[in-house]
Design a protein around this ligand. Structure first.
Ligand SMILES: [Ca+2]
Ligand SMILES: [Ca+2]
Ligand SMILES: [Ca+2]
Length: 464
């Protein structure tokens, strides 16, 4: 295949065996939610799909980026990673180079809840995958959830999108790692409806900017240090760049790989897609010194790298033989605070799950309300009955917020995927402030554990 020679190394997430099967993203429609797309770009024009494109900033059907503005190149760069054409001697090859690409322009102006909600629900009957590389400020002190409209749009998308199979929302984990940010403080990334994507560098480590948190599901390669390789893609002005970077570059790569899986098996539901990513991601190229833990179901997980690097061939193979998972069940358990007067700056909360409705876990949330004096000093650890301990919040030294520190905030974790949740769960709230500042945690209100999963294991796992 002539595309082999032009495929940049950083984009090689084991996609070549998939192309050899003739799978290239055909009939799959991907929309990037971004600052526009140069749809007449030579390497995009053929795959551009106006039906899945809109400009919410100016409220018209033309999502062209602001002309002569290099700062409006983000959407065009992301789109190229997914759908650059093959064999045309221009720029490079998109991961799903025969998919249809659109842009929902919404980062070209003031961003507000109604605009986000409209964007996340645009052309719900046509878009298969929405790729988002945006969210709250990555400054290590913001804690922000989607507003009413955005939240509603995500919940509706997974029910009504793709003719009831559910829209696929791909989300960048964020670039705030250097500022101590944690993507579980970003309610978009922490949503169970979004597939949260981090970045690995070409040395096989979590990239220096890539935020960690327990809702990171998987990683793709992106840029590393300045001297390392960056991502090649289309750029505005009908040009090409070799300098696309950050988790912004990782999410579209994941969207492209998922497009290949959807061509291989168009019947996958939004939850099927998450299951097959968990099972096909590979830890092998990423073993250098990151925080891997084996969970109670035998799956390795890291809050930096999720279940590992996406492997397109393994994902597509699993997609082809995957049978739809049973209906999602949800169970809730209220926590009880275990008083520990000798250690006022560390609290323990217990949840006893004695129901047998869910025996095969997917997502877990801890919803917590608490007041404190220095939010960034708090760390939250969740332990499952199988003994898996996961940091659902790391300390964020720059977050000096005091007051209603957690206001029914849902901390999400995928670390216990496929475990049996029956038994005792424990939440440890640890305060890392120096002893001079006593009693950081002022009060703990309602705390609840929410379990998502199924009674029976997915049949594709029982009879592989
Ligand atoms: Ca090309
Ligand atoms: Ca962030
Ligand atoms: Ca997520």
């Amino acid at each position: 295949m002539s595309i082999n020679s032009s495929l940049p190394k950083a984009l090689n997430l084991n996609v070549l065996p998939v192309y050899a099967k003739g799978i290239t993203g055909r009939n799959v429609r991907v929309a990037v939610l971004d600052d526009g797309i140069e749809y007449d770009h030579e390497d995009l024009v053929q795959n551009y799909d106006p039906q899945i494109s809109w400009n919410y900033n100016e409220d018209n059907s033309d999502p062209y980026p602001k002309p002569d503005d290099d700062d409006s190149s983000h959407g065009t760069r992301c789109a190229g990673e997914i759908a650059m054409m093959a064999n045309n001697k221009k720029c490079g090859v998109g991961i799903a180079y025969n998919s249809r690409i659109g842009c929902i322009k919404m980062l070209g102006g003031l961003v507000y809840d109604l605009l986000e909600g409209s964007s996340l629900g645009f052309a719900l009957d046509k878009v298969d995958i929405y790729s988002s590389s945006w969210g709250p400020m990555d400054n290590g002190q913001t804690m922000e959830a989607p507003g009413i409209f955005a939240k509603e749009a995500l919940a509706r998308g997974v029910v009504l999108g793709r003719k009831g199979l559910g829209s696929i929302y791909v989300w960048a984990s964020g670039n705030g790692r250097k500022k101590g940010d944690n993507c579980n403080c970003d309610g978009y990334a922490a949503s169970i409806y979004t597939i949260t994507i981090g970045s690995a560098d070409d040395k096989g480590r979590g990239a220096w900017y890539s935020e960690k948190c327990a809702s990171v599901m998987t990683v793709t390669y992106s840029s590393g240090n300045d001297s390392d390789q960056m991502i090649s893609t289309t750029d505005v002005g009908n040009s090409c760049t070799v300098q696309h970077t950050g988790t912004s570059a990782s999410a579209p790569l994941a969207a492209g790989i998922i497009a290949l899986a959807l061509e291989a098996n168009p019947k996958l539901t939004w939850r099927d897609v998450q299951h097959i990513i968990v099972r096909s991601a590979t830890r092998e190229p990423l073993t250098k010194g990151d925080d891997w833990h084996k969970n109670g179901a035998g799956l390795f997980y890291s809050t930096k790298l999720g279940f590992g690097l996406m492997d397109a061939d393994a994902l597509v193979n699993l997609a082809q033989r995957w049978k739809t998972v049973p209906k999602q069940k949800i169970d809730k358990v209220n926590g009880s605070l275990i008083e520990n007067p000798s250690q006022t700056n560390s609290q323990k909360i217990i949840f006893n799950y004695t129901d047998k409705t869910i025996r095969h876990l997917e997502h877990v949330q801890v919803i917590i309300t608490a007041t404190c004096q220095y939010r960034g000093a708090l760390e939250l650890f969740l332990s499952s009955p199988s003994g898996t301990q996961t940091a659902i919040l790391d300390r964020r030294p720059r977050d000096y917020f005091a007051g209603n520190c957690f206001d029914s905030w849902p901390f999400m974790s995928v670390a216990t995927w496929s475990e049996n949740p029956y038994g005792q769960w424990q939440l440890d709230i640890r305060d890392t402030t120096p002893l001079v500042m006593k009693q950081n945690i002022r009060s703990i209100g309602f705390v609840q554990l929410v379990l998502y999963g199924t009674t029976h294991a997915p049949s594709s796992l029982i009879f592989p």
